[in-house]
Design a protein around this ligand. Structure first.
Ligand code: ATP
Ligand code: MG
Length: 430
């Protein structure tokens, strides 16, 4: 027996009606982004591995254990992108694309991380990301928060998510803090788990993000990053909080919030939900003022961005079951030619006329040619609204019969009255 070939572990297929919800989420977000003057950027899924190592940082979960690396035929190391910011910045620098006309961008597409698959955590997942460049914090920081909160309002999930903000300070602030943190960790070395021991000198800040409850308890006694923030960072954080308070966006400051990628500085934030299991981030982001400099010899350009996980949004929206998408009828008009000769030709011809006149309707031809009773049973199963029957009698009399499966009513009319008749029964205005 042939064994079925299955999808790669942690990579998922999506079918209707989930695809309908996906389309709705994407369209809503894109519409709002355009409304705020953002433009799309399309970048490759495959990039040189060095890009992510440099941008994200060598000692991060993503680069250490989650990247899908491959060697191409020339032996060059390439990586399926685990996130979008690095590629965006690479593209902007490479094409000298940055200008005040192009400082608000968005992208959309699949990302790949070799994570342990579980609910809301997959090895291929999709993000819509926003990147803004060269704009002054904290005004643009608040713009990103305002836009994202607009997404949740429009998707009717604003009451199911909460916003956490933090400042992780400047490089200098973090250097001073890290010294003190390492001293604390050295003193408590025997209590650290293996991950923390490994990270202690290489990337100690990431220890704050440890998911191990024992480590979190230990960290309660550790020096706090907030006590090492420079005045400038505190002012920026306060200003951002003032602006979003003014706009009545609820948030809390989480002094432990650090992000999984090394390129962030100053403001970081996450939108979190508890409605798809405990504490899941649906959108995370922050400032990356040193990233352009890190990836190029160009003058530095500051930036802030965030990324939204589409699959987690789908899970959330399905769980709270508040959005009802209109899919009452999977097929609006089902043309049923009763033979594969003249009737079929007529159906092919007529269906094109109807599609042109009603471009938003779902119009399908049946190629069954079985008896009408059977076809009606099948049509009901397929959630058809109207049957357009083309039988021998109809051909001979230049007529058509339309049957409303909801009201169980049918009407025969002359072919030339087709559009008038459809406009009437579909309640369309011409
Ligand atoms: P987490 O803390 O959940 O691991 P992260 O900090 O790694 O998230 P980011 O790199 O900031 O996430 O990505 C932004 C968003 O992309 C996340 O908030 C989440 O919605 C989504 N995302 C990240 N990794 C995955 C994944 N493996 N599967 C599904 N969605 C993901
Ligand atoms: Mg992660």
């Amino acid at each position: 027996m042939i064994k079925n070939i299955t999808a790669v572990h942690g990579m998922h297929d999506y079918f209707f009606p989930d695809t309908l919800l996906w389309e709705y989420i994407e369209n809503t977000i894109k519409r709002i982004l355009k409304n705020y003057g953002y433009k799309e950027i399309k970048i490759p899924i495959l990039e040189k591995s060095i890009l992510f190592k440099k941008a994200i940082g060598e000692i991060t979960d993503i680069v250490e254990k989650e990247m899908y690396n491959l060697n191409d035929r020339n032996g060059e190391s390439l990586t399926l992108r685990p996130e979008g910011t690095a590629g965006c910045i690479r593209a902007i620098v490479e094409h000298n694309f940055f200008s005040s006309l192009n400082n608000r961008l968005w992208y959309n597409g699949p990302m790949f991380r070799y994570e342990r698959p579980q609910k809301g955590r997959y090895r291929q997942f999709n993000q819509i990301g926003i990147e803004t460049l060269g704009l002054e914090s904290p005004y643009i920081d608040s713009e990103i928060i305002i836009i994202t909160s607009h997404f949740w309002k429009e998707l009717n999930i604003i009451d199911d998510v909460f916003l956490e903000i933090n400042s992780i300070g400047s490089t200098k602030d973090r250097k001073q803090y890290i010294k003190k943190l390492i001293l604390f960790l050295e003193k408590n070395f025997h209590l650290l788990d293996d991950d923390c021991k490994r990270r202690m000198y290489k990337n100690p800040l990431r220890i704050l993000d440890s998911k191990n409850p024992n480590m979190q308890e230990l960290l309660n006694k550790a020096p706090q990053l907030k006590n090492f923030l420079s005045k400038d960072c505190i002012v920026k954080l306060n200003k951002l909080c003032d602006i979003i308070k003014l706009l009545k966006i609820n948030f809390s400051i989480n002094y432990r919030l650090v992000r999984g990628l090394d390129y962030y500085n100053d403001i970081v934030f996450e939108w979190i939900t508890n409605k798809i299991g405990s504490h899941k981030t649906i959108c995370g982001g922050g400032r990356y003022d040193k990233l352009v400099k890190k990836l190029s010899n160009k003058t530095n350009i500051s930036g802030i961005g965030c990324a939204i996980g589409i699959e987690r949004l789908i899970l959330l929206i399905k769980n709270i079951n508040r959005i009802k998408l209109k899919d009452d009828y999977l097929i609006d008009i089902y043309l049923v030619p009763m033979n594969d000769n003249l009737a079929l030709y007529k159906a092919l011809f007529i269906s094109e006329i109807i599609r042109k006149k009603f471009p938003l309707l779902k119009i399908v031809i049946s190629y069954n040619f079985s008896n009408l009773k059977k076809q009606i049973v099948q049509a009901i199963k397929q959630k058809v609204h109207f049957l357009l029957i083309i039988g021998e009698k109809e051909i001979n009399n230049k007529q058509l019969t339309i049957k409303d499966l909801l009201l169980n009513k049918q009407n025969t009319f002359f072919e030339k009255e087709l559009i008038t008749e459809l406009v009437k029964i579909l309640n369309f205005k011409t």
